[in-house]
Design a protein around this ligand. Structure first.
Ligand code: SF4
Length: 390
């Protein structure tokens, strides 16, 4: 039995659906993360590295403004052109400044631990997590947990199981016979507003009693997940959203499938879509598309592991095309079409421009690595598009 099956980052699932821990053992392991996930991982790593650089510049007496985000990103292998030329550099500085802000908690110095590994043995044996940042107040009364979210979907710190577990881990690290950090403590989400806008820092307070009660709750859910013979599977948007067991979960099928398999025929047998029915399906589009996506992932996982999956195979498809965002390409396109024509310059725009001048703009377009995608065997209708082809 692996105890890393439960962690703070998947607590939104196992604390709502304890049966998911068992069911996930039957799902093939994830082989590659999505493009989006890997971009999020890069942004996380860059945020942490820049904050550490910022922190060390302070510790050796340099002024933090000597650490220039543009220089940091310029040659960093994890940075993309979008990060280098967009607002990401400003977000790096805003995040680092927030962590090092000496004006907090009455103006005294704070101690900020970045990428702090936490032991959560008090919840379940072997459970661990890594907090993006933990800030300790100068007077040893308050702990602030900061979690960076790179996505644009707003995340709130209230009722956030992941942050509560980090707080418990951080409190536990200070607990040597007695705990000086008596709260109220802070949970903070650091997230870019509007995707690429300035950083937004949203906090909520947590008393030591709330943390204590949460610990008992988490312990009980962990016991359910590992010790009860048939722990309950309870579908909900929060629990199921990222659960990889959707494709094989009967409870999820019943819950999400109810919206797919509605009889749309009226009494006379004529197919009819009422406004109410269309609304109900649209309201639940996330569950429906998520079910289809999880079935694709399940089939791909089996085929990748060398197993059969009836009616489907993996086919190599060319990688996605994108416009090269280098200064040389920009200059060349500017010379050819003028500035207006390049706003915005996507692959479609460039292809149209290439037609207008009867030329080829290959120098400006790059193609990503080929990807293995799921295809129905013997079906050439083209109505089955996997994620990579859109
Ligand atoms: S799909 Fe939902 S209900 Fe099923 S195991 Fe996963 S979280 Fe639980």
């Amino acid at each position: 039995m692996s105890h890393s099956e439960i962690s703070p980052s998947n607590a939104h699932r196992w604390m709502r659906c304890t049966g998911s821990v068992n069911l996930l053992r039957k799902v093939p392991p994830e082989i590659e993360s999505s493009e989006y996930a890997s971009l999020g991982t890069r942004k996380h790593a860059l945020m942490a590295q820049f904050a550490l650089l910022f922190q060390s510049s302070l510790s050796i007496g340099l002024h933090p403004t000597d650490v220039v985000a543009a220089d940091f990103l310029k040659s960093h292998p994890l940075a993309t052109d979008e990060m280098r030329y967009g607002n990401f550099g400003n977000q790096l500085v805003e995040y680092a400044e927030y962590l090092m802000c000496n004006q907090k908690y009455g103006g005294g110095p704070v101690r900020a631990e970045i990428e702090l590994p936490l032991d959560l043995i008090s919840v379940w044996s072997g459970m661990r997590g890594t907090a993006d940042a933990v800030i300790y107040s100068h007077d040893d009364t308050t702990i602030e947990i900061v979690d960076y979210k790179s996505g644009s979907h707003p995340v709130t710190p209230s009722d956030n199981e992941q942050l509560m577990l980090y707080l418990i881990g951080a409190l536990q690290m200070t607990y040597k016979g007695h705990c000086r950090y008596k709260g109220n403590h802070l949970l903070t989400i650091a997230q870019p507003s509007d995707g690429d806008g300035p950083m937004r820092f949203e906090s909520c307070t947590v008393s030591i009693d709330m943390a204590q009660n949460f610990l008992f709750e988490a312990q009980n859910y962990a016991i359910d997940a590992f010790c009860v013979k048939h722990p309950i599977r309870e579908p909900s948007n929060e629990a199921c959203q990222w659960c990889r067991a959707k494709a094989i979960c009967p409870e999820y099928h019943e819950w999400a499938g109810a919206y797919v398999m509605i009889d749309a025929c009226d009494n006379e047998g004529d197919a009819k879509m009422s406004d109410q029915l269309a609304k109900r399906i649209l309201d639940n589009r996330k569950s429906i598309t998520s079910l289809i996506k999880s079935c694709q992932d399940y089939a791909i996982g089996k085929l990748n592991a060398g197993d059969d999956f009836p009616g489907y195979c993996l086919v190599e498809k060319p990688g996605r095309r994108s416009v090269i965002k280098s200064d040389a390409v920009k200059e060349e396109l500017l010379g050819l079409f003028g500035l207006d024509a390049l706003q915005p310059a996507g692959v479609g725009t460039l292809n149209r421009l290439a037609c207008d001048i009867d030329g080829v703009l290959d120098f400006a377009i790059t193609r990503g690595e080929p990807k293995m995608t799921l295809e129905p065997i013997g079906d050439f209708s083209g109505d089955f598009k996997t994620e990579g082809e859109k």
